[in-house]
Each structure stands twice: as structure tokens, then as C-alpha cells.
Design a binder for this molecule. Structure first.
Ligand code: SF4
Length: 339
């Protein structure tokens, strides 16, 4: 599963080296929203490994999906990811099964983000209904057990989360303990370093977009971010306009590609207007916490999450007083498709 980012690029080589080109399909489900440099990267990775990339897409972009559904999704679900990534993958799996091939899917989620892997394994078990047990997922960048990449079941080996009615909440700690008790070998690879230094391939420019923008000393936002150690986007997908990005993600987008930020702001406004006209509901990509006036059992004021538009965030925080009374609902996690 190649998303055109660094982790999944590393993964392609790992799988080809371990199982052979003849047994490997490098799949990309293209959203048509990737940054142009990601396509350059994708091609160079394919040439380096010496294998063609299989592309599956239905030609639509996330914008097409948002306009159809009048909805951006949220942290748990993003309709663009479901329609353009997962569904395309499910359809392709179905095609392979009809050809007598039962694939194993490999994802480039790393050890630090391990808590995200069980949800993927769960989704592929429950949504690929073309055969009884779903499909097996493996995560080489997390760990290996007995020389094979850890699979969904092994992530939490003593809790049958794959068969629960609802995906339970999982923290890294539980996965780390489960892996340790199974004698797993934790992956210590550094994909970005290996790709640049050993493969000689320049990473997608999104990873260093802040550094690049900060060369212009008049770009105060980029320079502020760089001073805080932010060199670029943490995930190089959908050209930085991912609906699963949080405030931090959109502050990077504003600093490096203000035009893309404003385009997304406009799209959000149009979809919101249509949604409000339809059923009075307001959906935004970001959210913020506001006090409710009620106290919890510890005597602390309770807060609730409310919609917070990109326009409000820009005016109040990015162009306004960053320490205004907006309390950020932090969410630095992008979507399942980023791996
Ligand atoms: S990277 Fe973000 S915007 Fe792109 S398809 Fe995934 S969830 Fe949607």
C-alpha cells in the first residue's frame, strides 16, 4: 500500500526484498490531490525498486466526495479516505480474489503511531466482505515476530478486538506490552534517512516545505515554525489539504501554501452553507473547545467541542493574536491513507 509518502516507499522495498517482485503488487489509490512532487517521488521509487506501480482510482477527488456528501468527516471517519482509498482497495482485492489471489496488505505505519494500526486491521476485517475472515494486514515498520512482520491479531494478542462489535479504543502502551510479551523485534528503520542517503532519492518536498518557505525571511509564519523545529508537513498526502489534519497541520499549510489554505477555506464555506441550508447543521474540518459553565467531579470547568472554521482559525489565530482565548483541540493525526 504505497501512499507516495516516505514510510510506504520504504515498505515497498522491504516487501519486494523479502517476498520477491513476482509476489508483490505496489498499489496506489490516487486521490488526484497529491502534491506534484509526490508523483515525481513515486516514479523514482518505482524505478529504483524496478517494479511497476498499480494504480486504482475512480477519477474523483476528495472535493467531489465532499460536495456529494456535504460532509468532511472527522477524526474517526473521512468520506474521501473511505471512497477513494479503502473502497478502491476493496474492489481491487475482490478482483484479485476472482483471479485466485488472496493478498496480504502491508502498511507503513511505524512504531510511534502503532495505535493506529488496529483500526486499519479492524476495518479491513469487517469491510472486505467478499470472504469470511476479511484480509490480513501486516506492519513491518512496527515490528517483526519470528522474522515476519507483525499482523493485526498480534498487535493486541490477548484481546480479540478484531471480532468485537465496535472498534475499541487502543493506546500505544497496550500494543507495546503485547509485542514485548511475544518477543517481537521492534523496527528501528529510519525510512526518510535511508531513502535520501542510501537510495539517493529526494523525499517529497512536503517534508521540508517549511524549511524551503523560511528561506524567504519575510515569511514570518514559516520562520516561526522553523524556530519551533517544524521543517515541513509530518504526512505528505493530499497536498497538505487533508481534512484529518489538525490546527498544527493547517498552520503549516498557511505558512507554506497560503493559496491552498484559502482554497480549502472557500470549499469549507461553500459546503457549510449548503449543509446549513439543508438541515441547519454546521460541519467544519477543525473544532475548538469552549467552556460549558458546568463543573466536573474534580471541580474543573467542563468544556465542549464546537465547529471551528478555517476562516475563523485564520482570522483569530493565524492572522490574529495567537494567544487569543481559542483553545485548540489538538489533532496532529492525518488519515489512514497517509501510510
Ligand atoms: S489524505 Fe486526508 S484529504 Fe486525502 S483522502 Fe486521506 S483523509 Fe482525505
Amino acid at each position: 500500500m504505497f501512499s507516495t509518502g516516505a514510510g510506504s516507499a520504504w515498505l515497498t522495498k522491504y516487501v519486494v526484498d523479502k517476498y520477491g517482485k513476482e509476489n508483490t503488487i505496489i498499489l496506489i489509490t490516487d486521490t488526484k490531490w497529491e502534491d506534484e512532487d509526490n508523483y515525481r517521488f513515486m516514479k523514482e521509487v518505482a524505478d529504483y525498486i524496478g517494479i511497476e506501480i498499480t494504480e486504482k482510482s475512480d477519477g474523483r477527488t476528495p472535493e467531489d466526495i465532499f460536495r456529494k456528501d456535504l460532509y468532511f468527516g472527522n477524526f474517526g471517519t473521512a468520506p474521501c479516505s473511505k471512497e477513494l482509498k479503502m473502497k478502491q482497495t476493496f474492489l481491487y482485492i475482490q478482483e484479485l480474489i476472482e483471479q485466485g489471489i488472496l493478498p496480504i496488505l502491508y502498511f507503513g505505519i511505524d512504531y510511534k503511531e502503532a495505535r493506529r494500526a488496529p483500526r486499519l486491521a479492524y476495518n479491513y476485517k469487517h469491510n472486505v466482505d467478499v470472504f469470511e475472515d476479511g484480509v490480513e494486514l501486516r506492519f513491518p515498520l512496527i515490528a517483526e515476530i519470528d522474522g515476519e512482520p507483525v499482523n493485526g491479531k498480534q498487535l493486541i494478542h490477548n484481546r480479540d478486538f478484531l471480532n468485537s462489535d465496535k472498534m475499541p479504543k487502543v493506546y500505544n502502551k497496550e500494543i507495546y506490552e503485547s509485542l514485548e510479551s511475544q518477543g517481537a523485534t521492534i523496527c528501528t528503520a529510519n525510512p526518510k534517512h535511508e531513502i535520501e542517503n542510501n537510495w539517493g532519492i529526494k523525499l517529497p518536498r512536503m517534508y521540508s516545505a517549511v524549511e524551503e518557505a523560511a528561506k524567504d525571511k519575510s515569511n514570518m509564519k514559516a520562520n516561526e515554525l522553523l524556530e519551533k523545529g517544524v521543517k515541513g508537513f509530518s504526512h505528505a498526502n493530499c497536498g497538505g489539504i487533508c481534512v484529518k489534519g489538525g490546527m498544527g497541520h493547517y498552520s503549516v499549510l498557511y505558512a507554506v501554501w497560503e493559496d491552498r489554505y484559502l482554497k480549502m477555506e472557500k470549499l469549507e464555506r461553500e459546503i457549510n452553507d449548503a449543509q446549513i441550508a439543508k438541515n441547519g447543521r454546521r460541519y467544519t474540518i477543525l473544532s475548538k473547545l469552549i467552556p460549558t459553565g458546568e463543573l466536573d467531579e474534580k471541580g474543573k470547568e467542563k468544556k465542549k467541542k464546537v465547529p471551528y472554521s478555517l476562516e475563523e482559525y485564520r482570522l483569530e489565530v493565524l492572522e490574529g493574536d495567537i494567544n487569543s482565548n481559542v483553545e485548540v483541540e489538538e489533532n496532529t493525526i492525518a488519515c489512514e491513507c497517509v501510510f
